[in-house]
Design a protein around this ligand. Sequence first.
Ligand code: HEM
Length: 339
Amino acid sequence: MHHKYFTTLPLASLASLAVATPYETREAAPGLIDDLLTGILNPMQQLIKDVLGGVKSGINDEISTKPLVCLTTLDSCCPWYDVSAELTKLFTETNGECNDNARAAVRFGFHDAGAWDKDSTFGGADGSLMMDFSEESRSENNGLQTVRTVLRSVQAKYKVGYADLAQYAHNHATITCPKGPRVRTFIGRKDATQANPTGKLPDVNDSADNLIALFQRKGFSAHDLAALVGAHATAKQRFVDTSAAGMPLDTTPGVWDVEFYNDTLNNNAGKNEKVFVLPSDKVLSVHPQVKDEWREFVGNQPHWNEDYAKAYIRMSLLGVQNLKDLKECTKTLPKKKNI
Ligand code: HEM
């Protein structure tokens, strides 16, 4: 997939380029984010539309330090500078790589937002997994309890929204891992009023066709799915095979790199191999709709980072209806680590 970004052109040119660079073809699926981005758009809605449509990058490397006087009434990003500093401490290993908290936070953001599809009238990126709705005791959320407690203590200290914190922590963890992208980070979601619907998260033993269909109902193409499961670059398994608990899903779980893509192709699933390959990753890596993109990510970090950022932004906005009220606070994230 080729990417072209036009950040310095006047609005009129952008509008014509948006026509020249059409939205990626998706199944007609009423209820998706794309439906919220029609008609007259405010600048935030336009930005989201441009990112999801591939007109603008989902990565933003602009950084700012907290001003001496930071008034939330003037800049709603103010509290996030302090949250960011706290998460850096919580997510960083002594050798500078990302740690177990960070890995779990990447998964946590996905499980909070991903429990949603186009038929859901509630749920999505609403913080419900962090709130008191007992979602943490669902079997698919095994392994996320510790990071949930960690993130709840951050929420209690800084009084930020649960829904925003779940996605902010995902994006922070991504950049805490060396080589990770600074994914555009939006703030201003509404917190949940009930638990997310059940049965919307993927089953590790499901077929590739079913997994592709499951993600398609959330608005993701097979290409998006290929990029998203790359988050297993910074992952360990504990519950798929308990006798191999703690085994990484690629050779470098503390780094956000593309090793995962060739490790998956080169290893057979199982605990006697170099890395643990999830059955779902194995079947996806060779599926006709996924395999070409999968191989394109091998050795191509910039390509994966761009595609991941774009797809994860969609994830981080699933079920969010008030797109026009969001603010971008990517500037509060730490800088990219290239080691
Ligand atoms: C086909 C879709 C997916 C399936 C079937 C799947 C399944 C799994 C399973 C079974 C584990 C191991 C859990 C354990 O035993 O502890 C895991 C770990 C993980 N997954 Fe996924 N996953 C999928 C997609 C994703 C996506 C889209 C993301 C993020 C955007 C993600 C992020 C992670 C991370 C970071 C871990 C490691 C957690 C840790 O080390 O604590 N996964 N996934």
